[in-house]
Structure formats: C-alpha cells, structure tokens
Ligand binder design. Structure first.
Ligand code: SF4
Length: 702
C-alpha cells in the first residue's frame, strides 16, 4: 500500500459507516489524507482508536462450559453441536447472528457455511437494527439495494435535507465535510423531533411529531405536483407507479395545513421546505436511523425516494436520496448476503435465477431455499426452542435487541449458544456455552464497504495474541470439521475475497448492479495493496478499474423493465401510542463518543469525558410534571416492566412529552440502563427493523 510505511499501516476506522481511512501504529492513529472518505479528517472516536484495542478484558482462550480448552476441542464441540442438531432437528434448528463489525470475508464465509452447506436460512445480522428499512426501500424503488450517490454529493448539494440523522454525532467526519463545504446560498433543512448538534447548522429545523415523516414527504410530492415542479419527462421515460403514488399521497396529505397539523409544524415552515425543494435542482436527502428504525421505516424511506424520482434527482452530482449506513461494514454484509432475506452476491432469494446461480457456484446440494428469520423473529425462535444452536459473532444482542429481558431468556434457553468475540465479558458472552476468542480491529485482514459503496482494506498492524484467531479462520475450521473442507480450503482472507468477487460476476449478465468481478483475480500482493474502490467496477487491470461514483445517471434501473418504481405509501402510525399509564414517548440513539454497547469504546477514559453516565433528557415542563429534580436519578418504565435508570438532564431540545435516552450502556457499566428495555419488539413488516425511535414509558424519581 502506498500509504503504509514502516511506521504505520493504512487501514480503516471501525466505528461508523463513514469508513474513514486511518494510518495506525500501536500507540497512535492519524487520519489518512489519501482516503477518499475523510481526506485525513478524524472524529473523537477515530482519534482514540488505539486506546480502545487494549485492555484486561480480552478473551484469550476458547472456553467450553466456562473452562479454557484447546482450539481443537472447541472447534470439535461447535461442529458436534451443529451436526447433532441438524441430524435430530433439521438444518433450520441452527442459526447465525452476525455483525456489521465483521469484515466482508468473515461475513461471506459465515453465510456460505450456514446457507450453502449446513442448509439453514436463519442467518441475520445486527445490521437489521441499523438500515434494513433502507435496503428494502432501495429494492422496491430501484430493483436492487443501491445507494445511488457518493459523499461528494452532500458537499455539492445546494439544498441538503437531513432526515432522522444527527450526523454531527453519528457520522462526524461526513458532518465535518458538509460544514467545510458550506457556502453562501446553500441551505440545510433538518427533519428531527429533537434539537441536536446537527440541527444547529440548519437554516430550517422541522421539529416534527415523531413518526410523521411519510406525511411530510407525501405532502411534498403533492405540493411539487400541484406547483408544476415535477420532472414529467423523466417520470414518463424512467418511472412506473407515479399516478397511484400521487393518489395515495394526496389522500394522506391533501394540503399544507393537513401536513402541518399532522406533523405538528407551522404551515409556513412546511411550505418553505417544499418551496426550497422545488427550487433547488441540486438537492440531496440524507436519511438515517430516525427514518429506518420505525414500524414504517421502509415506507418512510420510499416516501423520500418518491420525491427524488419525481423530480429526476437520482444519481446526479449533488442530487439524490442518500442512506447513511450506521456500521463500518453494514454494506459489506449486504453484499455477501448477511441478511436473512438475502442470499449472496447482493441478491435476494427472489432475484430471478439467484438460488440456482449460487448453488452452482458453491457446488452446494443443500442451499437454503428461502428467506430465514429476521433478527427479532430469530430470537423468538430461539426462545420457542425451534432454534437450538445459535452462533453469535461480534455483537451483543443481550443489550442491543428490543426487550432485552426476553432476549436474555432466549439466550439462557438456547441448547448450545456459541459466541465469537474479542471481549471476554459482555452481557451476551455471559450466556455462552462455547466462547471463541476472535481477533479484533488491528489484528486481522480483510475489507469493509462504507456508506458510499467504497470498498477499503482493513489491515493488520498489531500482533495477534496467542490463542486468538480471526473470524474467517474459526469459521473455516468449523466447516472443515463438519466435512466441508473441499469448499472451505482457504488459507488467507484474500482467497475468500476473490471468491466473493467472482460470484458477483457469475451468471450476472450485466443485469445486477453489484459487480466487483474485476477484483476476482487479484494476486495476494495486489489484494494487500488494494486502494479504496467504489463498486460496481468494470475493467480488468488493477489500478485502472472504472469506478462508479453515481448510479442510475442514465435513468436505467435494475428492474425487469429497466424503470424505477414510485411506491404508494400512507402514513402508518407508530406501533404504540402514549396513554395515561405510559404518557411519554421514548426516543433512543447514540451519543458522540461511544459506539454500540460500549464493549470497546469504554476502554478509553477520554471517551467518557463527553457523557460519563446514563442520562434521560427531559423537557423542563416534564421535569415539573413528573416531580423530578434536574441532576437526580430517575427511572423510565415501559410496557416490558423493565426500567431505565439515568440522571435527569433538563433539555428543551425535546418536545414536551418526549424523552431521549442513549443506547450504549450495558450491564457492566450500569446495572439498569438498558435502552432496549424500553423498546418493544415491534418491527417494520417489510424490513423487520425494530421501532427503536418510538417507545412509551412513564417516569418517576428514584
Ligand atoms: Fe471513525 Fe466514523 Fe469517526 Fe470516521 S467518522 S473516524 S469512521 S467514527
């Protein structure tokens, strides 16, 4: 690699979907000026990366039933548990729960083992909690799960709409790029029920009633139509479904007044947003978890995409809908089939010819024939006893999934729970029958794909502790112990990557957008030197590939007729509503300096300086209503009956009647501050994504 030097190694940050390049040494990191995502920038989490990789809580030896064992015994025990379960209860009694923290090579081989050789379709990932609604919406609109644009579009846009995104805290370097590109005449609209660090930069903050995003964007579509602001020629030539979509939108949002009333906004602000959108050709709508984590997340995302299709603003410089992915490799997981509804090579089960194509390529005789359980349903199946062997890799579902108590019951009931992790003690490893010590960031090699479809290398620069193995190798060894050595004879992650790249082109015929087959012949040295590249790629010469900055610029889409689809969506209400017993709406989210369930970022003391303990942000009016004292402890309790205890922070950033809690704290750092206890297992029926932005609860002083 050009930027790797004897002193430092070019790799990527694992703490969000921006996917920044870093130059790493054991005792320091700096931003990589040569990486297109960040051009040298870093945020606080990225700057503290080297402080989060060391610690006393590493898992350093395999354990079975709490005792350290040799690797050979651990691998045999895993293989035996799977073999017996398949023999006695069928392949569907085995499930894998993966993570957007895994590298693409890990993800690929896990998916191949489960779906292709064990024959179970039950492979899902914590990315389900992050952006699966965006995936489903992309597929409905474009025919394939594709982000049409690139980060540069957020800089080029003359109108930037940030919907359900606190990018200043959750995608900080992208936010830095947005701020640095700010110029006179450029406008920013933030759509968020809360005031945040991001809404501070907005020219217009639409602090709407939670759950009403579809109403707002349906109203926009109607307004654009009624004011002659649609790209009628583009609609005629490149899109289906406009008339029906407009009709449903009009029934839902007949007027600005109806939108203002439903969204609890001032009509003048709604109209200003609509006018700016109509007037500004270069408009990007970037959306994130505030849209996705909803019982109607897919519909909300489609309501946004509808407006972009109707104005012809897709895949053009500075114009398009843009899904901001949460995790560093959530998109890599989508590429290899890490979601229960996907198969491999970015194909779903219902992609024509996909099952045969993958079965042929893998020489698999028992490929799982249809979609498996999505995350919430998967853990319910464990709870019921239908799934008897569960292998969790690199994630902490006991903290992160809705209704944590129920998930813990499921983990406790599971006949054989296998957990691969680099950390010894997490809320999930506590339930493991077999613990497998996995290599962490800096200790393994592979690739990740960020929010703009850019594939980057993660490179090893730290010694791998004795007794620890990279995930791909653990999975390979289990596959070989199960008798599938002929299909899992990998010696290096580069071999897995080449196979994944080859599969993307196998039988593709140019119909599918995801094609990285140009990378299928990389030599080990070329893989090692691989520079960030944006898919799809064409051309065969390393370093001379034609990358694709923007998709669909020619108005052609990967649907059977080549046309995009506007999707009729109405404004579905949230799955729960506040009432006399649970009068408050609970919003959950990330804070600036922590990541996921804090199993790694909690190792860096300076990352606690920003927020050192769990908190509940409460509007000052509600502080009085609920008899609270600012700075004292209070407990939120919702229908699951399990509470969240935190320090009361008075904040007019909330709308009255709404509270905000952080998602990060696990039981080791705070015994009763699990935000997931406040989230019901209510999911979007299309994407399966839980409604993490809308719980209900009551609040009392502790
Ligand atoms: Fe890491 Fe995200 Fe910060 Fe970049 S913005 S340094 S990827 S946490």
């Amino acid at each position: 690699n050009r930027r790797t030097t004897p002193e430092s190694t070019a790799t990527t940050c694992p703490y969000c979907g921006v996917g920044c390049g870093v130059l790493a040494k054991p005792d320091a990191v700096q931003g990589d000026v040569g990486h297109p995502a960040n051009n040298g920038r870093l945020c606080v989490k990225g700057s503290a990366l080297h402080e989060t990789v060391t610690g006393h809580d590493r898992l350093l030896a395999p354990r079975v039933a709490g005792h350290n064992v040799e690797w050979s015994e651990a691998i045999d025990r895993v293989a035996e548990a799977i073999r017996v379960s398949v023999r006695d209860h069928g392949p569907e009694s085995v499930a894998f729960y993966l993570s957007g923290q895994l590298l693409t090579e890990d993800y690929y081989i896990a998916n191949k083992l489960a779906k292709g050789f064990i024959g179970t379709p039950h492979v899902d990932t914590n990315s389900r909690l992050c952006m699966s609604s965006a995936v489903a919406a992309h597929k409905r609109a474009f025919g394939e799960d594709c982000v049409p644009g690139c980060y540069e579009d957020l800089e080029l846009a003359d109108l930037l709409v940030l919907a359900g995104s606190n990018a200043a805290w959750t995608h900080p370097v992208l936010y830095q790029r947005i701020k640095a590109s700010h110029r006179s005449g450029r406008k920013v609209v933030a759509i968020d029920p809360r005031q945040t660090a991001t809404t501070e930069m907005a020219d217009l903050h639409l602090q709407l009633r939670p759950g009403t995003d579809t109403l707002l964007f349906n109203g926009l579509l109607v307004w654009l139509n009624d004011h002659g602001a649609l790209a009628t020629q583009y609609l005629e030539q490149h899109c289906n479904g406009f008339e029906e979509t407009l009709s449903v939108a009009r029934a839902c949002a007949p007027s600005i007044l109806a939108v203002a009333r439903g969204c609890d906004l001032r009509a003048v602000d709604v109209e200003r947003f609509y006018r700016w959108f109509a007037e500004t050709d270069r408009t990007v709508t970037a959306f994130s978890q505030g849209i996705n984590q909803s019982v109607a997340g897919t519909d909300k995302a489609n309501a946004i995409i509808n407006c972009h299709l109707a104005t012809g603003r897709v895949g053009r410089p500075g114009a398009g809908p843009f899904s901001l992915t949460g995790q560093p490799n959530a998109m890599g997981g989508r590429e290899v089939g890490g979601l229960a509804n996907t198969l491999a090579a970015h194909m779903d089960y219902d992609t024509p010819g996909a099952v045969q194509r993958v079965a042929d390529f893998w020489h698999s005789e028992k490929l799982a024939a249809g979609p498996g359980y999505k995350a919430v349903d998967l853990f319910e199946a464990v709870h019921r006893g239908d799934i008897r062997v569960l292998w969790v890799m690199g994630t902490n579902p006991a903290v992160s999934l809705p209704d944590s108590t129920r998930v813990r019951e499921a983990l406790a009931r599971c006949e054989t729970l296998i957990v691969s992790d680099c950390v010894a003690q997490t809320d999930t490893t506590a339930y493991a029958d077999i613990l497998l010590p996995a290599a962490g960031w800096g200790e393994k090699d592979g690739t990740v794909t960020n929010s703009e479809r850019c594939i980057s290398r993660q490179r090893r620069f730290l010694p791998v502790p004795e007794g620890v193995r990279p995930d791909w190798r653990i999975i390979r060894d289990v596959a070989q112990a199960l008798g599938y050595g002929h299909a899992f004879d990998y010696q290096e992650p580069a071999e897995i990557f080449r196979e994944h790249a080859a599969l993307s082109g196998y039988g593709n015929g140019g119909e599918r957008v995801f094609d990285i087959s140009a990378l299928a012949k990389l030599s080990p040295a070329e893989y090692d030197r691989l520079q960030p590249v944006q898919w799809p790629l064409t051309g065969g010469n390393p370093g001379a590939w034609l990358q694709t900055r923007r998709l669909f610029s020619d108005g052609r889409f990967p649907t059977p007729d080549g046309r995009a689809r506007l999707v009729p969506v109405s404004n579905l209400p949230p799955g729960q509503q506040p009432d006399a017993r649970y009068p408050l709406i609970v919003n959950t989210g990330r804070i600036r300096d922590q990541w996921h369930t804090m199993t790694r970022t909690a190792r860096a003391p300076r990352l606690f300086a920003h927020r050192s303990e769990p908190f509940i942000e409460v509007h000052p009016k509600d502080i009085a209503t609920f008899g609270l004292i600012e700075g004292a402890l209070a407990t939120l309790t919702g229908p699951t009956r399990k509470g969240f205890t935190g320090r009361v922070r008075a904040s007019a950033a909330q709308r009255p009647g709404e509270v905000f809690v952080p998602i990060h704290w696990n039981r080791q750092f705070a015994s009763s501050a699990l935000a997931s206890n406040l989230i019901a297992p209510i999911v979007d029926p299309i994407s399966g994504q839980p409604e993490a932005k809308f719980g209900v609860a009551t609040l009392r002083p502790l």
